[in-house]
Design a protein around this ligand. Structure first.
Ligand SMILES: [Zn+2]
Length: 941
């Protein structure tokens, strides 16, 4: 399909262009003047932007337009291997110098310091670097410089990394990856894309010569393939001078090879691919209709924004139809999606795609129905009401971004500049984008959208690709290529009728019938900076006005009781409670009607039960606070039974749980819950045999019971609201909630943790060998700020020890870590420490030994350097948290429930940590003797 032809339709629809009676190109999209973009003589591109949200930190990136597609056959996997080597020695940072140095700035490896390699790009980043010291910024630029052309790539370091990458492969080696690897050559016949998954070949990883890696590095890592991006609280002129100075001297050979886009050939005949795997739990059906990708140069013009808008509303409208279909029990799939975008791995080809997850035995039927719906949309187009909703959603999403334009984080800019460099994605100033699209979107008629849809969906075999990734099972009959082709042919032959959009045209709630209440009392809390309102129905509302995000208001209401109040007969109902309520309707609206009614609103609300409490959580933008209040009112008073949705959930659970035993990760997770909670059926994971016990009416009765007494709830609202506007809404909705005047409830003690030393070691048989370990230590302790800080620090230090000894030194696991936290859902709060370790099966004994040795060593002596790094990190994190609405909601809730102030003295408490106090705390925890260990290793075939 030719894009020019496609968008002529849209252009004609503009009165402006229509009047001129000819096709003209729309104006270019302006580039945000707030970013300094430049290019050095050697071809290096740079982007620098000053951004003060948050202040005193900056992000550094180097983006390269090369990846695994540039590899020779003998180099398969080396683009990604090279990315690992970037942290193992360079000109200015020997050994693990980069990791050690950035950690000293409070930058964590794995999160803030990280990299990824994909098929056509490799990006490295150092984020949240404190900017107060100029030398820190210089050093980060020096790291970028080393990455760009100063890696050591020593033979010894390369050898050490082979196992690490091999383990990463093993960890990712699941059914999807195995099938993808087999499918790609068929999906990309005659193209390198079929053979360049970044993880590569283990035969190459295990044996390549250092020179082969160096050759890739020297050939492709060059300034003319690289962009340096710096965003944050920096001086732009100064930064630009430093970049010029540092990178200007790098030379590019005159005969350096160009990066050439790898083409994806068209296919005249349809391509059918069927792959199966024993560990696959659900089948996936893909229908892909390939078309040309948007040329990069074209993305500079406003036409591209229109294209983006059109595709966004089209996929939303089709997705809504597909979601609505799943309400019907006869629908052959659980879920289905449609979109238009990149054809799998290749940015040189795009496609319109439909993806479905069939119910058991309905693979071919799903294929036929997906194709049918695409064809229906193509033949009859969308309806006016569908388009109105999609347009409203688009504009409201755009407005949300616009409202928050002054509070954008460094990340958002960094990623946008990366995409601008790598694929010429536009980077307009947000106000210009907002104004342009506010004007354009409403003027694009449905007819134009339907015309584009007609072009995107093809009904011929040319460029059609159909794939199924399915479960391999004894006795199963697999569809052949012929069967798949027959399903498509059948769909093409069908005579269809237009879609009918059923919309409920009434307000969510008849506000006139509510019995409005009053704010009866109020007081201020200076420590946390909030106002506390008492309402006439007994409910409490806490208002914490913040300016962290201009487009965000968050609300959480809670009270005590939760799951703990229900016994064995309801265990299964409790396990599916959140899911079942999440898919129910509200008031007079079924789930689907509700989704439609909320078009154009940025709002969400949910109910949940945890062991000790019941919650309502909601969020919205300032303009949709009233809708948020209405949804909340309905959740408290009128959750509507939606039988269709419930049946759909049951079928989904049945299928998912039936196949759970096929996945080693699920088997492990089941064993962990069973062992940790001492086989208490309240805490075991949901099993397929439990499904018969689920009773939807009973779940709805539990909601009523838990939420009938609004008087015992505390509502914490944090965000950018206007107090004068929100107060009447609180009286109108929250104070109108029914309350029973009954005394506040408490939870019942119900947590049962295994006691003493408990070991559960078992073997599983799997397609590829998998091994995993989980350790838990705990002790009853008073829940205090000091103990909370200590258990957190212990977890972080232990995590560092394990990463160093298990992953870095011995390659006995690809990832591992530990975390400490308080279990407060009990009358005897417990400090809990957990460690996880998906192990290298060949080295599982060593990994387990190191798990034991690590904690034993720490109990004898805490490393001062490690403690310092953890303290720095916690202090930095405290500043970041203090600017988050969800942090405040949690902190205020903790204060209201436990009377604990986790904020005021937090930093002081962190600073006071010493190697002795942390060590003593750990010993106190270990003294309890409670240690639970779950270990899974593969059974040899
Ligand atoms: Zn990796």
């Amino acid at each position: 399909m030719k894009l020019k032809r496609l968008f002529t339709a849209v252009l004609v629809s503009f009165s402006m262009t229509a009047m001129m009676g000819q096709q003209i190109q729309l104006p270019p999209i302006p580039v945000d003047p707030a970013v300094r973009i430049g290019k050095l003589d050697n071809g290096l591109t740079y982007y620098i932007r000053h951004n003060e949200y948050p202040e005193h930190v900056a992000n550094f990136y180097i983006a390269q337009r090369v990846g695994s597609i540039q590899e020779e056959e003998s180099q398969r996997g080396l683009a990604h291997f090279l990315e690992h080597m970037a942290f193992n020695g360079s000109e200015h940072f020997k050994g693990n110098g980069i990791i050690d140095f950035t950690r000293s700035l409070g930058v964590e490896f794995g999160s803030d310091l990280n990299a990824y390699t994909s098929i056509d790009q490799t990006v490295y980043r150092i984020c949240n670097v404190p900017t107060k010291r100029a030398t820190a910024l210089d050093s980060c630029l020096l790291i970028l410089k080393d990455w760009s052309n100063g890696l050591s790539l020593e033979a010894e370091e390369i050898d050490k990394e082979r196992d690490v990458v091999h383990n990463e492969w093993r960890l990712g080696e699941g059914p999807s990856q195995r099938m993808l690897q087999r499918a790609l050559p068929k999906v990309y016949p005659g193209s390198k894309y079929g053979e360049r998954l970044p993880i590569g070949l283990m035969s190459v990883i295990d044996s390549f010569k250092p020179q082969t890696l160096r050759a890739y590095y020297q050939k492709w890592y060059r300034p003319d393939n690289q962009a340096i991006i710096v965003v944050g609280d920096v001086d732009v002129d100064n930064m630009e001078a430093k970049i010029k100075n540092l990178f200007g001297g790098i030379k590019v050979a005159a005969n350096a090879p160009k990066v050439v886009a790898e083409a994806v050939p068209d296919n005249k005949e349809a391509i059918y691919v069927y792959e199966k795997d024993k560990e696959m739990q659900l089948t996936n059906v893909f229908v892909l209709m390939k078309h040309e990708a948007t040329p990069e140069a074209y993305k500079s013009y406003v036409d591209y924004l229109i294209q983006d808008y059109s595709i966004s509303v089209i996929s939303q409208m089709l997705n809504q139809r597909l979601a609505e279909m799943t309400q019907d029990e006869a629908c052959p799939f659980f879920q289905a999606f449609a979109d238009d975008g990149q054809y799998w791995l290749s940015k040189t080809k795009d496609c319109f795609e439909l993806i479905g997850v069939p119910k058991e035995g309905k693979d071919l039927e799903t294929l036929q129905v997906l194709y049918r719906e695409a064809k229906r949309a193509r033949e009859f187009g969308f309806t006016a009401t569908e388009y109105e909703r999609a347009k409203a959603d688009y504009l409201s999403g755009l407005e949300k971004r616009y409202i928050n334009r002054d509070k954008r984080k460094n990340d958002e800019f960094g990623n946008a500049y990366r995409d601008h460099y790598l694929t010429n994605e536009p980077i307009p100033p947000l106000d210009a984008l907002y104004q342009t699209m506010q004007k354009i979107a409403p003027s694009i008629p449905l007819m134009a959208i339907n015309h584009i849809l007609h072009e995107l969906i093809s009904v011929t075999d040319s460029n059609l690709v159909v794939m199924m990734f399915a479960q391999e099972k004894e006795g199963k009959v697999y569809p052949s290529e012929k069967d798949m082709a027959a399903a498509i042919a059948a769909a093409r032959a069908e005579k269809l009728e237009a879609y009918v959009d059923n919309v409920k045209d009434e307000p969510l709630l008849d506000v006139a019938t509510l019995k409005k209440g009053k704010i009866t009392k109020e007081k201020e809390n200076k420590t946390f900076g909030y106002k506390e309102l008492s309402l006439s129905n007994g409910a409490t509302v806490i208002l914490k006005k913040t300016d962290f995000k201009d487009d965000e208001v968050r609300m959480q209401a809670f009270s005590m009781g939760g799951k703990s109040l229900y016994g064995e007969a309801d265990y299964t109902n409790l396990k599916v409670f959140d899911m079942a309520i999440g898919m129910s309707g509200l008031g007079n609206f079924s789930y689907t009607e509700l989704q439609k009614a909320l078009a154009g609103k940025e709002v969400n609300a949910d109910l949940s039960l945890v062991n000790t409490r019941q919650y309502l959580t909601a969020h919205s933008t300032p303009k949709d606070i009233e809708t948020m209040m209405q949804l909340s009112y309905l959740y408290f008073t009128n959750v509507k039974k939606d039988e269709k949705q419930f049946q759909n959930l049951m079928t989904q659970l049945d299928m998912a749980l039936k196949n759970k035993s096929l996945s080693p990760d699920d088997v492990f997770s089941d064993s962990v819950s069973t062992t940790i909670y001492a086989h208490n059926p309240r805490f075991t994971n949901l099993d397929v045999k439990d499904l018969k016990d689920i009773n939807y009416d009973r779940i709805l009765a539990i909601v009523k019971e838990r939420f009938q007494n609004a008087g015992q709830f505390t509502f914490v609202i944090s965000g950018n609201f206007d107090e004068q506007t929100i107060r009447p809404l609180i009286e109108q909705y929250i104070a109108a909630l029914p309350s029973t005047k009954a005394k506040a409830e408490n939870f019942k003690e119900c947590i049962t943790l295994a006691k003493g030393e408990v070991v559960n070691q078992f073997k599983v048989k799997t397609e590829s060998p998998k091994a995993s370990a989980r350790e838990m230590w705990y002790a009853e302790m008073p829940y205090t700020l000091e103990n909370d800080v200590k258990i957190d620090a212990v977890g972080q230090i232990l995590s560092m020890i394990y990463l160093k000894t298990i992953r870095e030194d011995e390659s006995a696991a690809y990832s591992c870590g530990a975390a400490g936290y308080f279990n407060t859902g009990t009358n005897q709060p417990k400090a809990q420490l957990q460690a996880y370790c998906p192990m290298n099966p060949d080295k599982s004994e060593l990994a387990i030994r190191l798990l034991h040795e690590g904690i034993a060593k720490m109990a004898k002596e805490v490393d001062a350097d490690q403690l310092q790094k953890v303290k720095d990190y916690m202090l930095k994190q405290a500043d970041i948290n203090a600017k988050r609405n969800d942090y405040w909601i949690n902190t205020i809730s903790t204060f209201k429930e436990y009377g604990l102030d986790m904020f005021t003295d937090y930093k002081k408490t962190v600073e006071a940590l010493t190697v002795e106090s942390v060590r003593d705390f750990l010993n106190q925890l270990l003294k309890s003797g409670n240690h639970i260990e779950v270990i899974m290793t593969p059974e040899m075939k």
